[in-house]
Ligand binder design. Structure first.
Ligand SMILES: Cc1cc2nc3c(=O)[nH]c(=O)nc-3n(C[C@H](O)[C@H](O)[C@H](O)COP(=O)(O)OP(=O)(O)OC[C@H]3O[C@@H](n4cnc5c(N)ncnc54)[C@H](O)[C@@H]3O)c2cc1C
Ligand SMILES: *[C@@H]1O[C@H](CO)[C@@H](O)[C@H](O)[C@H]1NC(C)=O
Ligand SMILES: *[C@@H]1O[C@H](CO)[C@@H](O)[C@H](O)[C@H]1NC(C)=O
Ligand SMILES: *[C@@H]1O[C@H](CO)[C@@H](O)[C@H](O)[C@H]1NC(C)=O
Ligand SMILES: *[C@@H]1O[C@H](CO)[C@@H](O)[C@H](O)[C@H]1NC(C)=O
Length: 593
């Protein structure tokens, strides 16, 4: 096991270096909606995919009819068509990057039911920058990168954005996407929204659908900022901007002592602070990230390593290695991989570059080049074939992403608990450190009903997901315990665009204004046209009625009997080690009878 791992590590290093120097060509992600044209019928079936391939575990999302409006009026006609014919309608962006199946209109694959999917892939022509009033208005389907580039050309900056740029303007606000900041309006993009146009169903006399324009003083505004596509279709989004600025960034790779005590100070001291925690390595990485004036010298960029193109060969061998380590139950192999990953991130400053390469801290660059990245998305021609590492076509990375949002005061106690679990056996955490460890970010209190009403701390962690849903994963009891601690012991809220289903249990009771959101929905969409069984499952967070065998393996349930795990393969339903109320699937070979 040792040699191939070292080799892979060396390869990884090399690749990380070369891809920053060479311009390797990438294959863009597959389209979200794919149709079969083999049958002669015009109503031939289409399937909606998630860009991660995250929906393969259950029934595909079958789509009987999809439409690609290019104008607001075409969008209105599409909603009118659905309303007149009393069929379900859902919206999805060109990207479909959201992990829960919110955008899927129906369960049935029989084809007898009707439903309409509205794609905003072609609703992307207009970006109007109003420099005088520091605002930009964009069509719903405009990509975040395009929006930012236009804003920066006008000498302005969008202050908040998620770290990943492969999203649409309407899709990202709809799930509460965020970067990191407790300053000003804060790190969540929806708190920078100052106007929204929404297409909603209307009476026959009004033409079955109408466009409403919402402004901050409108009583529906706080419902519409984060709406999960449940209120209607957003046609335009207006965001507030600031005068263009630069940022100066340094990472401090240091020990993880007391980070659970200093996170508040860190967030208060630096406008765009975040922290990455690698528990198995006892390492915390503080991001010191502050705004500096435009005339400060520096043309740095942030091209996050995890979002850079990988050659298909490397992605596949990474995945193959991880599969092998899983099958061999090799904790030490995982730790070697984790050490290499964290080591190259430190060496390469996570993908920060002063110019062509990283030469040292601080890196100073324009906001538009620093906040968000995703270079694996571009360059359609192929010399060396490269993709995003998780591209479902290449058998590359496949992982779960747990994202929990805590009221700030509870976050320290959560980390103290996770540290207790870590200290029992630090190697068990190598599996998350192979990905991005625990990424800790900050979002400010928001008036959005499905946003966060107090200053909050977000933690994200990714870990191996098997291709075969029935395969248990190495140390899965650890991830399950952390997950249950976050969502049930500390009452954290799940990010709407990430997580496994169990994280959404009871979610509606965690939002004090949830009932106001539902009231707005009843007003705008009285027929529930924009809801489906899929989105109800997430939004109302109900427990499964009949828990199937193995349901805990993919986070469809919390185990209460061994059969919810995988007793054949030695995984039994047991208590948490630190959070005793947790019920997790733990490997315990001696229990096999
Ligand atoms: C690699 C990666 C990194 C990420 N990093 C971050 C991060 O740093 N921070 C963060 O917060 N999130 C992050 N995310 C999550 C991402 O921001 C969200 O999934 C976002 O919602 C995706 O936007 P989209 O345009 O792909 O929306 P989709 O997935 O297409 O849609 C999202 C939801 O919005 C609805 N919707 C879409 N368009 C409209 C419309 N016009 N009107 C009404 N409803 C609509 C859909 O029905 C669906 O419910 C990341 C995701 C990936 C894949
Ligand atoms: C196309 O049809 C084939 C055969 O019926 C099916 O297996 C496949 O999933 C379909 N693809 C899409 C995109 O619907
Ligand atoms: C699909 O939806 C459009 C409205 O967007 C409608 O005009 C068309 O007739 C529908 N096609 C089918 C086959 O239902
Ligand atoms: C890095 O963080 C450690 C621990 O907080 C601190 O002691 C040290 O001074 C920091 N280093 C830099 C360069 O800021
Ligand atoms: C930047 O501009 C400000 C005034 O706008 C000036 O005071 C400062 O000296 C300038 N700094 C540099 C590095 O040019």
């Amino acid at each position: 096991m040792r040699l191939p791992l070292r080799l892979l590590a060396a390869l990884l290093h090399l690749l990380a270096w070369t891809s920053t120097l060479l311009n390797i060509h990438a294959m863009p992600p597959p389209p979200a909606v794919q149709c079969n044209r083999t049958t002669g019928s015009s109503a031939s079936g289409c399937t909606l995919y998630n860009t991660y391939g995250a929906w393969g575990d259950r029934k595909d999302c079958h789509i009987p009819n999809v439409t690609y409006p290019t104008t607001e009026e075409q969008l209105r006609l599409a909603v009118a068509y659905a309303n007149r014919n009393k069929i379900k309608v859902k919206v999805v962006s060109k990207f479909s990057h959201t992990i829960p199946k919110l955008a899927c209109p129906m369960i049935s694959t029989s084809g007898s039911e009707e439903a309409l999917l509205v794609s905003t892939a072609k609703l992307d022509s207009s970006i109007e920058v109003d420099a005088e009033n520091l605002a930009v208005t964009a069509d719903a389907g405009v990509g975040l990168r395009e929006l930012i580039d236009r804003v920066e050309e006008a000498g302005l900056s969008l202050v908040a954005a998620p770290y990943w740029e492969g999203v649409s303007v309407a899709g990202l606000i709809s799930t509460g996407a965020h970067g990191s900041s407790w300053w000003g309006k804060g790190g969540a993009v929806h708190d920078h929204v100052i106007g929204l146009s929404l297409v909603v169903p209307a009476r026959p006399s009004e033409g079955y659908a109408k466009i409403i324009r919402l402004e901050p003083q409108d009583p529906l505004f706080d419902a519409a900022k984060v709406s999960l596509g449940l209120l209607g279709v957003i046609s335009k989004v207006k965001l507030s901007l600031e005068r263009g600025f630069k940022r100066s960034i340094a990472y401090n790779f240091t020990d993880d002592d007391r980070f659970e005590e200093v996170y508040v100070d860190h967030a208060k001291k630096h406008e765009f602070a975040d922290i990455t925690w690698y528990p198995s390595k006892h390492k915390a990485v503080y991001r010191y990230d502050d705004r500096v004036p435009l005339n400060m010298s520096g043309n740095g960029v942030y091209d996050f390593i995890g979002f850079q193109s990988n050659s298909i060969l490397i992605s596949k061998s990474m995945r193959a290695t991880e599969n092998t380590l899983e099958n061999a139950r090799s904790v030490s192999g995982k730790c070697t991989l984790a050490a290499t990953t964290v080591g190259s991130k430190e060496l390469l400053a996570n993908g920060l570059r002063n110019g062509l390469i990283f030469t040292g801290y601080p890196v100073v660059g324009r906001q538009g080049k620093i906040q968000t990245s995703g270079s694996c998305l571009y360059s359609p021609t192929a010399d060396i074939m490269t993709t995003c590492a998780w591209d479902p076509r290449i058998k590359g990375l496949f992982f779960y992403e747990t994202t929990a949002i805590f009221p700030s005061p509870k976050f320290g106690d959560f980390i103290r608990d996770v540290k207790k679990l870590r200290d029992l056996k630090p190697e068990n955490f190598c599996g998350v450190d192979i990905y991005n460890g625990f990424l800790i970010r900050f979002i400010k209190s928001s008036r959005a009903y499905l946003g966060h009403s107090e200053d909050s701390v977000v933690v994200d962690f990714n870990y191996y997901r098997a291709n075969e849903p029935s395969s248990p994963r190495l140390n899965q009891d650890v991830w399950e315990e952390v997950e249950q601690m976050a969502f049930f012991k500390y009452g954290a809220k799940p990010h709407w665009a990430k997580n496994r289903n169990l994280a959404f249990l009871n979610v509606q009771h965690k939002y004090p204004n949830f009932h106001k959101f539902i009231a707005a929905k009843e007003q705008l969409d009285p027929q529930n046209m924009f809801s489906s069984e899929w989105s109800d499952e997430i939004v109302f967070g109900k427990e499964m009625e009949a828990k199937g065998d193995g349901c805990a393996l993919e986070g469809q349930c919390i185990c209460s009997e061994d059969r919810h795990c995988s007793p054949d393969k030695g995984y039994f339903c047991q208590r948490g080690l630190v959070y005793k109320e947790a019920r997790v699937c733990r490997y315990s070979p001696s229990s096999i009878s």
